[in-house]
Design a protein around this ligand. Structure first.
Ligand SMILES: NC(=O)c1ccc[n+]([C@@H]2O[C@H](COP(=O)([O-])OP(=O)(O)OC[C@H]3O[C@@H](n4cnc5c(N)ncnc54)[C@H](OP(=O)(O)O)[C@@H]3O)[C@@H](O)[C@H]2O)c1
Length: 270
């Protein structure tokens, strides 16, 4: 199994976006065939059809692509304004539109916060009241600056977001998979090579909502526990931080990645 100190350190580096640029990381383009194939075969959860994206970069754009392929609508947002997202909106088709972070937060039945951690205090609070919020963020001091409470491990990055959004229910997910692996490893329910993603959160119903969403976009889920305990099990520097979906020959970028099922993930999370 992929793991150990060396590989964990490697993966910390691999998953660290540097100024929004993941170097030579390959990017897969959406195809209508793929989208149509999925939309035809998958059932959607009633009442959970619009996904708000606060952040539409590597991970936000990938979640949006998977969501649209599964038949959800998405509302994208970023820091520079909706006009800068028109190319992605056009690629995704009629199920996608762009707005401000406030608009994406209001529109989403489920909202994904996927921005550099240093910007978490800018996430709108009131429009997210009562909503389930997926947190993909990781702490990278070289990008985010130093957070003393994370440096001394007295809290976690997802708990910071939960504290900032006291009326929302935060669920940690997607933070420990390289965006191109997330894109390429999605499979329909029941597929023999379906992968699982770890989740953590303090609200059981919110986690059930996220499990359901993950199922629609191509993944099983493993509940790692609360934000505090579970979140620490797959944050940067842990064996469950991304390497398990990567090629075993040491080429982390290699696609399509390696399927990793729920039982294996459960064992890795400990
Ligand atoms: N890359 C990966 O494979 C990966 C994997 C797992 C987790 N993560 C984590 O997930 C988060 C997002 O990573 P990423 O690689 O997707 O980053 P990215 O490609 O740099 O994209 C970041 C997105 O956040 C937006 N943004 C920045 N500040 C914002 C703000 N204040 N309000 C609204 N949107 C804002 C950016 O918009 P502008 O471009 O307009 O500034 C951009 O759309 C990070 O915390 C990262 O550590 C990344």
């Amino acid at each position: 199994m992929y793991g150990g100190a060396d590989s964990a350190a490697l993966v910390v580096w691999w998953l660290a976006p540097t100024g929004g640029n993941l170097g030579d990381a390959p990017v897969i383009r959406t195809t209508r065939r793929w989208s149509g194939m999925w939309a035809a075969g998958w059932r959607l959860s009633p009442g959970m059809t619009t996904i708000g994206l606060i952040g539409s970069g590597h991970i936000g754009g990938t979640v949006a692509r998977l969501a649209v392929a599964a038949g959800h609508d998405v509302v994208l947002s970023n820091s520079r304004g909706p006009e800068t997202l028109q190319e992605l909106v056009a690629e995704l088709g009629p199920g996608a539109r762009a707005g401000t972070p406030d608009e994406a937060a209001r529109a989403g039945d489920l909202v994904v916060v996927t921005i550099p951690l240093k910007a978490y205090r800018s996430v709108p609070v009131e429009p997210l009241a009562g909503k389930v919020v997926i947190d993909t963020n990781n702490y990278y001091p070289e990008r985010d600056g130093q957070f003393a409470e994370l440096d001394d491990d007295s809290t976690t990055s997802s708990e910071l977001l939960q504290h900032h959004l006291p009326t929302s229910r935060v669920v940690k997910a997607f933070n420990n998979i390289y965006f191109a692996h997330l894109r390429s490893l999605a499979r329909p329910s029941g597929a023999a090579d379906r992968s699982a993603l770890a989740i953590a959160g303090d609200d059981a119903a919110a986690k059930a909502t996220v499990v359901e969403f993950l199922d629609t976009i191509g993944y099983d889920a493993v509940d790692a526990g609360s934000l505090a305990e579970g979140g620490r099990r797959f944050q940067p520097g842990t064996p469950a931080y991304g390497g398990m979906y990567a090629a075993k020959d040491g080429n982390f970028w290699e696609l399509p990645g390696v399927p990793f099922d729920a039982a294996s993930l459960r064992a890795l999370l400990g």
